[in-house]
Design a protein around this ligand. Structure first.
Ligand SMILES: CC(C)(COP(=O)(O)OP(=O)(O)OC[C@H]1O[C@@H](n2cnc3c(N)ncnc32)[C@H](O)[C@@H]1OP(=O)(O)O)[C@@H](O)C(=O)NCCC(=O)NCCS
Length: 190
């Protein structure tokens, strides 16, 4: 599953021990994007705590990396033990990389991961004025239902099958290989 990504970027899962990359990415979001991502203005400490909780909940986080720096992220986490088959997704792309297809590529990867984990319903909460996120969700056939000023996009995912499992495996393998090559070339340049 290859997406055309800007500036030689690569999408791969976040590895154990890389929480700081996710935290730094979220802290770098411009105020407007941070507001849209968290549904309101939040302080740096909130973002730091948020990442700690996310990692402890074993969320699946896909990152968009350019030169080893995380510039975009999509998070997938189970809604709770009382909601089997339901998960929520949240996304962020740093301003200079927005509107280049990164969000679409991240969401496509997240939907595949959701499908392979048996999540049939994916919830995406975003502010009512967040047209771009709504457009993005619509691209993946989200049904949008309005609720108290925020929009909850619901995507129904297909059942996992051997092909979808294989697609995720290949994407992970490709992400790992690209990251190693990227690291090597940056070490050589240093
Ligand atoms: C929402 C967000 C993740 C989308 O990522 P992105 O990389 O900009 O998205 P894409 O480039 O893949 O564009 C997705 C769709 O949005 C729409 N879009 C893109 N740029 C747009 C713009 N400037 N204005 C309005 N709609 C736009 C298009 O329909 C596009 O699909 P298309 O290119 O096939 O026509 C990103 O803008 C972001 O991080 N915003 C701040 C945080 C946020 O809002 N998160 C969502 C809440 S969880």
């Amino acid at each position: 599953m290859q997406d055309l990504l800007p500036l030689g970027g690569v999408i791969r899962k976040l590895w154990i021990g890389e929480a700081d990359k996710y935290r730094d990415h979220l802290l770098r979001l411009d105020p407007e994007s941070r507001h849209s991502r968290f549904g309101g203005g939040v302080a740096d400490d909130f973002v730091r705590n948020y990442v700690e909780v996310t990692i402890s909940l074993e969320a699946v986080v896909h990152g968009f990396f350019v030169d080893g720096v995380m510039r975009g992220a999509a998070e997938l986490r189970q809604l709770g033990i009382h909601s089997p088959g339901q998960a929520e997704a949240a996304m962020s792309v740093e301003k200079p990389w927005q509107s280049h297809g990164v969000g679409s590529a991240l969401l496509r990867r997240t939907l595949l991961a959701a499908r392979n984990r048996g999540f049939r319903h994916l919830h995406m909460a975003c502010l009512a004025n967040n047209r771009r996120m709504q457009q993005l969700a619509r691209k993946f056939d989200a049904e949008l239902s309005f609720d108290f000023g925020s929009v909850v996009g619901e995507v129904e995912s297909m059942r996992a099958n051997p092909l979808s499992l294989m697609q995720e495996l290949i994407a992970d393998h490709h992400g790992f290989a690209t990251a190693i090559l990227d690291l090597q070339s940056r070490l050589l340049r240093a």
